[in-house]
Design a protein around this ligand. Sequence first.
Ligand code: CTP
Ligand code: MG
Length: 221
Amino acid sequence: MTRIAAIVPAAGRGERLGLPVPKALLQVGGLSLVEHAVAGLVRAGVDVVVVAAPADTVDDVRRLVPLATVVTGGADRCESVRLALDAIPADVDVVLVHDAARPFGSEDVVRRVVDALQAGASAVIPVVPVADTVKRVDRNGVVVETIDRATLRAVQTPQGFRRDVLVAAHESQNATVTDDAALVEAMGIEVQTVDGDARAFKVTTPWDFSVAEALWERGNQ
Ligand code: CTP
Ligand code: MG
C-alpha cells in the first residue's frame, strides 16, 4: 500500500496579514490555521505529517498538532519544504505539500491528487479557473497585453509528488519559487492538474481571514 506523507509549510510570518501572531497560529473557530490544515490531511487519510514552523513557535506547534513531526522552518517557503522533506520517513512513496494557510477544503482535493498519482502521475497540482481578466503591465502600470483567460489556472495546494521527484526537484536548484511544482516543471517533468476547491483558498490578507471566519460561522468550510 502507498504510504502518504504531507509536508505543511507553516513557518511564514504572514506579513500581508499584518498581525503580531505568526499566520499559522491564528485561530478560526477556536483552532489555529495549522491545526485546521493538519486535521484536513489526517481526515483524508494521510499517514505522516511534517510541519515546518517558525523557530520561536516550534514547541507551541508541537503541542497543537501532537500527531505531526514539527521541524524548524527556513527563510522562505522553499527552504521550509526542503527542511521538512529531510524528516519524511524512508518508507513513504508519495509526498503532498499543503500550506498551513489553507485551513479548509483540502479533503476532496487530497483524494483527487492521490488518485492521479496512483494512476501514474509524477506530480499533480489542484487548480481553479481564473475569474478575473488578467493583463500584463509594464513598470509604469501601462497594459502590455491581455492574456487569454481560458488558458489560465490559479494553483492551490495540496500539491502531490512521487517522493523521488520532489526530492530531486529540491536538490536540483535553489531558485526561490512560490510552489514546488515550479521546481518539477524546471526539470522537464510533466505536472498534471486536477480540480481544486474554492474552499481551499489561501488566507493571505485580512479580507481572506474574514472570509475564513464567515465560512466557519456558517459551517461552510
Ligand atoms: N511559509 C513557510 N516558510 C517560510 C515562508 C512561508 O513555511 N519561510 C509557508 C507559510 O507559513 C504558508 C505558506 O508557506 O503556510 C504559503 O506562504 P504565504 O501565504 O506567503 O505565507 P507567509 O509567507 O506567512 O505570508 P506573507 O508572504 O504575507 O508574509
Ligand atoms: Mg510568503
